[in-house]
Structures are given as C-alpha cells and as structure tokens.
Write a protein that binds this ligand. Structure first.
Ligand code: COA
Length: 313
C-alpha cells in the first residue's frame, strides 16, 4: 500500500503589505529587504483567523471530494486561534466533518513536514485512508511591528494537501529531526514561560541563517540517500520560503539549477508552516511540477527542527 497526495489547495489573504509600506513603519528600505531576503511583499490577514485560512485551503484541496469521508486532520501551526480547541478541530467543524482524528502539530516552520510524517505514519499503521494535512499561520499577530529585524520577514496564509491510500507510492521517504539546544535563537514565548505578554517573535537572524543552510542541506542529502535518489532525479526542490539567499545556498550545494527550485517568497514572505504547502500547490497548479515527477520538500524552523520529504506527484 502507498500513500498519494491526491490534491492540494492554498489560501492567501487579500491585503498586500509591500516593502515600501514597511519603509513607512520602521527604519528600513525596499532595497535592504530585497537584497538580504528576496522578499518584496507579504500577505496580511485582517479578519481571517488561522482556522479560517486553514479551512479555505482545505476546502480547495478537497475539491469535489467529500469532507465527511476525511478520517484524519492534522494542522501544523505556531499561531493557532486558541490553545484549545485545536485548529484542526476548528477546521473539522467548519468543513462539517464528524469523527475524524484531529489535532495540531507544533514544529514551527518545519510543521508541515512533521504533520505529513505523522499523517503518513498513522495512515500506514492504523488503516486510515483519507487525510488532510494543513499548514496555516497568522504570523502578523506575533510579529513586533516595531522590530525591523523580524517584521519584514513574515506573512500570513495557508496550504493543504489531501492524502489517500493508493496502489501507487506518492510519499517516498522522510528525514526529520530536532536540536532543542538552539531554542533561544528563534523563539516566541507563551503563557507557560515566565516571560511577560505580549509575546513576539525574537530571532538572532544571522546565527539562524548559518545553521539553516547547513541543516537543510544535510537533511536533504539524508532523505535522498534513504530513498536511493540523487539530486538529478529531482524535478523540483520546494524549500521552506524563509530567505532567497538560504534557498540559493541550498540549491547550489545540492547542485540544482535555478529552474529546478521553486520560489514564491518574493510575494508571500515567510509563512512558516504554511510555506511548503502553499508552494507545492502553486507548483502543481502552474505546471512547474507535473504528474509523475519527483519533488524534494525541505524545511527548517524554530526548535531547531528540520525535515525533508521526497514525493512523487
Ligand atoms: N532594514 C535595514 N537594516 C536592518 C534591518 C532592516 N529591516 N534589519 C536589520 N538591519 C541592520 C542591522 O541592525 C545591522 O546593522 P549594523 O550592522 O549597523 O548592526 C545590519 O542590518 C546587518 O544585520 P544582520 O542581522 O547581520 O543582517 P543579515 O545579513 O544577517 O540579514 C536577516 C538579516 C534576518 C535577513 C538574515 O539574517 C536572515 O534571513 N536570517 C535567517 C532568518 C530566518 O530565515 N528565520 C526563519 C527561519 S525558519
């Protein structure tokens, strides 16, 4: 038995916040942001909650498939609507499903790969045949809009994949891990800590940068080794959309040319756990990734966490 990504969907809020808008909010410039990150604009959710965005992405991924038949809903998010109920339970209610297993996964920007891994494992071992895995974030709510070193990076949005058991294998392998000793380099405290509200993203950007490149390259190489593949077998690298310089460094070390690397961070910034499923959806819809081709997904995030996955679409 295999597991296939049957369909995908994504949702981005309408409001666009450009680098020029940010120039009026903090001491920065379009030139600085574009050169250092590749980001030109990002989307900001004014009214949609994380679960609203997750639901819209899920509905688009489901297409004509019946929400009632979904047996498992996993939402990867660092910005849930509530401590509980989970975002997954909120999505479940909004798509009018009853009875599916539903829970959230917390692994920051690597959350979607972690979620995919958990769903894949449950489907293979517990006889679940239809699952939604969603990455959804409203980072605009946890960004300090006075901190120019972080507020320029993030955006809001959601992406979803619909998985079914299948005769064909669509999920070829994973590499996941974490190293909690790096926790303080990229963090958002919350109520369980001794820190005071408001809780904002804090980050040592240049230290994160170096570890991110090394860790994602290592993880990508490990998943290729585990699946018996080499970079030349990969039609499209879909990396977490954090920084264009990070993406280029990874592609260069894997020996992948620009046309084999998917980038949309210029339009959306870093949407954390939503970035890979949004990118995957866009890659499929635009024809950058075609039926039967292999894609390498690779992510890195707070924790630090990392994850890679090879899929055949
Ligand atoms: N506009 C203008 N100047 C800025 C700025 C901004 N938005 N943010 C920081 N600066 C300044 C700094 O204050 C510093 O000034 P100084 O030299 O006078 O002290 C200078 O720019 C360089 O700062 P530095 O942090 O060293 O820049 P950098 O080249 O490392 O780029 C990041 C900063 C955040 C873009 C980069 O480190 C990065 O992308 N890191 C990874 C972050 C990430 O992806 N996190 C999520 C991982 S999932």
């Amino acid at each position: 038995m295999g597991i296939k990504i049957v369909s995908t969907g994504s949702y981005l809020p309408d409001k666009v916040l450009t680098n020029f808008d940010l120039e009026r909010m903090v001491d920065t410039s379009d030139e600085w942001i574009t050169t250092r990150t590749g980001i030109r604009e990002r989307r900001i959710s004014e009214v949609e909650t994380t679960s609203d965005m997750a639901t819209e992405a899920a509905v688009r991924a489901l297409g004509e498939s019946s929400p009632e038949e979904v047996e498992l809903i996993v939402v990867a998010t660092a910005t849930p609507d509530a401590f509980f109920p989970s975002t997954a339970c909120k999505v479940q209610a909004k798509i009018e499903n009853k009875g599916a297993i539903a829970f959230d996964v917390s692994a920051a920007c690597t959350g979607f790969i972690y979620g995919l891994y958990v769903a894949d494992s449950i489907m293979r071992s517990k006889g679940v045949s239809k699952a939604l895995v969603i990455g959804a974030e409203r980072f605009s709510k946890i960004v300090n809009w006075k901190d120019r070193s972080t507020c320029i990076l993030f955006g809001d949005g959601a992406g979803a994949v619909y998985l079914e058991t299948s005769d064909e294998e669509g999920i070829l392998g994973f590499d996941l891990g974490a190293d909690g000793s790096y926790g303080e380099l990229l963090a958002v405290p919350s109520v369980g800590s001794n820190e005071e509200f408001p809780y904002y993203v804090r980050m040592k950007g240049n230290e994160v940068f170096k570890v991110a490149v090394r860790t994602m390259v290592d993880s990508a190489l490990r998943v290729l080794e585990k699946t018996g593949l080499s970079p030349k077998d990969i039609s499209l690298l879909i990396p977490h959309q954090a920084n264009l310089r990070i993406i280029r460094a990874i592609a260069e070390r894997l020996g992948l040319p620009e046309e084999k690397v998917f980038v949309n961070l210029d339009r959306y910034g870093n949407t954390s756990a939503a970035s890979i499923p949004i990118a995957l959806d866009e890659a499929l819809r635009s024809g950058r990734l075609k039926k039967g081709e292999l894609a390498l997904l690779v992510a890195f995030g707070g924790g630090f966490t990392w994850g890679s996955c090879v899929i055949k679409v």
